[in-house]
Design a protein around this ligand. Structure first.
Ligand code: 4AD
Ligand code: MG
Length: 462
């Protein structure tokens, strides 16, 4: 009888039918003449059983891992006491090899394993992604992005696509990748924020999911040279509303994932103890955070005026207490979230630590002499900063003062400035690092595992 072609994850409704599946041999074992294949097709795994004549061919006896195959047979519920993915197995009556994979020295299993050197794993990323963990992370990533998009749609926020090739900076000139653009200077975008701001009067609240590029010489487990940046911009809001919105988008998205059995199972597999965070998130001002860090004896590396780490005679960095005006670096952030164990909004950072476009807090009483901004970073346990956001300077004159203070030439920003000229409004937004968010959700040690083909200093291949 004719067989029904199906992907593995859709087989449940086809039990007792004759079905045709395609995929790759994930595992194969021969048990006294019966060959068991774990077939993988990207949507799931299926146990396929070859017995009798179909198990006695040359192809069957020499079948290797990663060979691509077509299999036809009856889909049977596995007998009581036995287990198989999905609770069923394919009793194969016809099969063929589509593309054989080598055995021997060049066999897939000889190329790498979990203990291989990280640089080998990075070179073989195109093969590593076939693994169970790596593919689960990437599958969850896809579901995360569609859950975020659903949350934005429910909140009436429109998706736009912003350019990658730009002629302005957003987060400081030091981390720009430059390129020769038909003889002009251009850069790979660091953030789509300024473009999103121009969309507000045209389209209302907007968001984008776009690659951002940072020429940072950071070899940490949470920095990439290219990362996926989810950014949103909202008009006519207050700073408090901005933080509440960020909290809601994150919690709604996590709820969506936990309610879907497929994504819930992926989270369970990758991060067994995961619990959705509860609202409202803890909020702590920058001034209070500095006090908290010194109370908890969390220190940072001392730097000289040029920003070089000061070392003692033994070559160890000199550690000093945090004082007002200090940046809160990655290590301190991590220790903070490890102790508190919950998402934390750090807010109201000094202007000198932050980007040019941030709105100043109107009432500066709590500033302890610092010029503070309506800015916030969301820190997650295990990762640290996953979101950076702020209210933006809405006033035309004030924006020019900011350009001047930062020694920026206003002319390339004419389009950004015009947003303040033609009907300005209070507005704010944020950027969320998708790989960092996923590292938190899926409990990955480094965000390199959360990108399909990660880029970091020195690496742009595969
Ligand atoms: O804090 P950042 O630099 O903020 C901005 O770019 C704002 N213009 C965003 C906005 O308001 N629209 O970056 C935002 C987030 C960070 O919190 C972090 O999660 C992620 O982007 N990020 C990186 N992720 C991976 N590798 C890097 N090098 C990253 N730099 C920032
Ligand atoms: Mg930031």
């Amino acid at each position: 009888p004719a067989a029904i072609k199906s992907k593995i994850n859709k087989l449940i409704s086809l039990r007792d039918n004759r079905v045709r599946v395609f995929g790759w041999v994930h595992h194969v074992r021969d048990q006294r003449g019966i060959i068991f294949i774990d077939l993988r097709d990207g949507t799931g795994f299926l146990q396929c059983v070859l017995s009798g004549d179909v198990a006695k061919t040359y192809e069957a006896l020499t079948l290797t891992i990663e060979t691509s195959v077509e299999l036809v047979g009856t889909l049977q519920v596995v007998p009581e006491g036995k287990s198989a993915p999905g609770g069923h197995e394919l009793s194969v009556d016809y099969w063929r090899v589509i593309g054989a994979a080598p055995g021997g020295e060049d066999a897939f299993t000889n190329r790498f394993n979990e203990k291989s050197d990280p640089s080998i794993l990075a070179d073989l990323r195109h093969l590593v992604i076939r693994g169970e963990k790596a593919s689960s992370v990437l599958r969850l990533r896809a579901m995360l992005l569609s859950a975020f998009r659903a949350s934005y749609a429910r909140n009436n926020i429109l998706e736009v696509n912003t350019p990658c090739i730009v002629q302005t900076q957003v987060e400081g000139g030091a981390t720009l990748f430059g390129l020769n653009y038909y003889g002009q200077n251009a850069y790979l975008t660091q953030s789509s924020q300024l473009y999103l701001e121009t969309c507000l009067p045209a389209l209302g609240d907007v968001y984008t999911v776009q690659e951002s590029f940072r020429a940072e010489n950071s070899h940490t487990r949470r920095h990439l040279a290219e990362y996926t940046h989810m950014e949103a911009e909202l008009a006519f809001i207050t700073f408090d509303e901005l933080m509440t919105h960020i909290e809601n988008i994150i919690c709604e998205t996590v709820d969506t994932l936990m309610q879907d059995p497929v994504s819930a199972a992926l989270i369970q597999e990758l991060n067994p103890g995961f619990k959705a965070p509860s609202r409202p998130f803890k909020r702590m001002s920058y001034v209070d955070a500095i006090a908290w860090l010194s109370e908890h004896k969390i220190q940072h590396e001392a730097e000289d005026a040029e920003g070089n780490v000061i070392k003692d005679e033994a070559g160890n960095p000199r550690m000093v207490d945090h004082v007002l005006g200090d940046d809160i670096a990655e290590a301190a952030e991590r220790q903070m979230t490890d102790i508190i164990g919950l998402p934390i909004f750090l807010h109201s950072f000094p202007a000198e630590l932050k980007a040019f476009y941030m709105k100043k807090i109107p009432d500066q009483d709590s500033g302890a002499g610092l010029l503070l901004t309506e800015s916030c970073d969301l820190l997650m346990p295990g990762v640290g900063e996953i979101v950076g956001g702020s209210m933006r300077i809405a006033d035309y004159e004030e924006l020019f003062e900011a350009y001047k203070r930062e020694k920026m030439d206003p002319s390339p920003y004419f389009w950004f400035t015009d947003q303040r000229k033609y009907g300005t409004c209070e507005h704010g937004g944020y950027g969320l690092g998708v790989e960092r968010f996923l590292a938190w959700l899926a409990n990955r040690y480094t965000i390199r595992e959360c990108s399909l083909y990660p880029r970091w200093p020195g690496r742009a291949t595969p």
